[in-house]
Design a binder for this molecule. Structure first.
Ligand code: AHG
Ligand code: MN
Ligand code: MN
Length: 323
């Protein structure tokens, strides 16, 4: 028998309001920026849910800067996010997986810049498999009142003031950190609100799941092949969705490791440093997990270009350490 008097819970807005003073540079602008991102994600959630009914499935017929085929929803999600961030006013510059160059929002007084992967897991869009959005936020280093500069985005992973992702899965969840732990908010469709569902997420130090594209295994460095052989010997569980957000989220909650090693096709790794690896690494570390490129913590990898790629090993601390 459900408890009819059970409260609905804490909405994202209320949570942000309560915690605002604990946010870095608590001026209220970062709070507003997180709300803008949440709103854009609700709109994208709506589009994704209707994708089979209206003509927004399939390829857009264009390619992005990485030479990858853009899906219509990639393009739509990109437009939604950029519009929300422009209208919000707190952001002076954006970089997106879907745009080669930095985008000036026109809000020269905005104090923040945002790096986004508007839709992660594009290959899963048309087959009703989980997809996501990833974002990373920096406080600008260029003077307020001027346009954003590349330096604003090249501060390195440790300079992120907030990062998060939205997973459009069996339910939609927004997970983010502002550097004081990690919280998760599940979207309640009927209310149109994100409700706090995962307070202070801690990643188990160990787990039984390993996630990689096994089809590439012959390309992997020997130490990765050895590690995977150990995983299989111990009869760990292999799980790979092919959407970083979904694979990461499962491993965050259950314990596990995600690997995207160098391959012949992607010799320096496939995933993008600024809007895939950095934000996920920030969240992992904040939840007690680890993220490395095999040489150093991801957050210490030096950024040199907007769409730079990196190798990524991320997840439960003992598993990443053992690797
Ligand atoms: P995106 O759809 O934003 O381009 O990202 C896809 C990424 C990531 O989400 C996923 O883990 C990985 O590519 C899958 O790559 P493979 O198909 O090479 O395994
Ligand atoms: Mn992606
Ligand atoms: Mn993408």
């Amino acid at each position: 028998m459900p408890n009819l008097a059970l409260p609905v819970g804490t909405t994202l807005d209320r949570y942000i309001m309560r915690r605002q003073n604990a946010f870095p540079f608590a001026t209220g602008e970062l709070s507003q920026l997180l709300r803008d991102i949440a709103l854009a994600s609700k709109i994208i959630n709506r589009e994704i849910n209707r994708a089979g009914l209206i003509d927004i499935g399939g390829a857009a017929g264009s390619g992005n800067v990485q030479g990858e085929m853009q899906q219509k929803l990639d393009v739509i999600a990109n437009i939604r996010f950029i519009r929300a961030l422009k209208n919000g006013g707190e952001v002076c510059g954006i970089i997106s997986e879907e745009d080669e160059h930095m985008i000036q929002t026109g809000n020269v007084n905005g104090k923040y810049v945002v790096a986004i992967d508007p839709l992660d897991g594009s290959s899963n869009i048309d087959v009703n498999v989980s997809i996501g959005t990833i974002f990373s936020i920096y406080r600008r280093v260029s003077p307020v009142g001027t346009e954003a500069t590349l330096d604003d985005f090249m501060q390195g992973g440790r300079a992120q003031v907030a990062a998060g992702y939205v997973l459009y899965g069996s339910s939609t969840i927004l997970v983010f950190t502002t550097g004081q732990g990690v919280s998760g908010f599940t979207y309640d469709n009927s209310l149109g609100e994100y409700i706090l569902s995962h307070n202070d997420i801690r990643q188990p130090a160990n787990g039984s799941i390993f996630s990689c594209n096994d089809g590439n295994a012959d390309d992997y460095p020997a130490y990765v092949q050895d590690y995977l052989a150990q995983c299989k010997k111990q009869r760990l569980t292999g799980r790979y969705i092919g959407s970083l957000v979904a694979d990461f989220h499962r491993n965050l909650i259950k314990g596990g490791i995600y690997l995207y090693p160098p391959t012949v096709k992607s010799p320096v790794g496939k995933l993008r440093l600024l809007y895939e690896c950095y934000p996920m690494a920030f969240i992992a570390e904040q939840a007690g997990g680890m993220a490395t490129d095999g040489q150093q913590p991801i957050l210490d990898v030096r950024p040199v270009s907007l769409h730079q790629r990196s190798v990524l090993y991320i997840g439960s601390s003992e598993m990443v350490t053992q690797l």
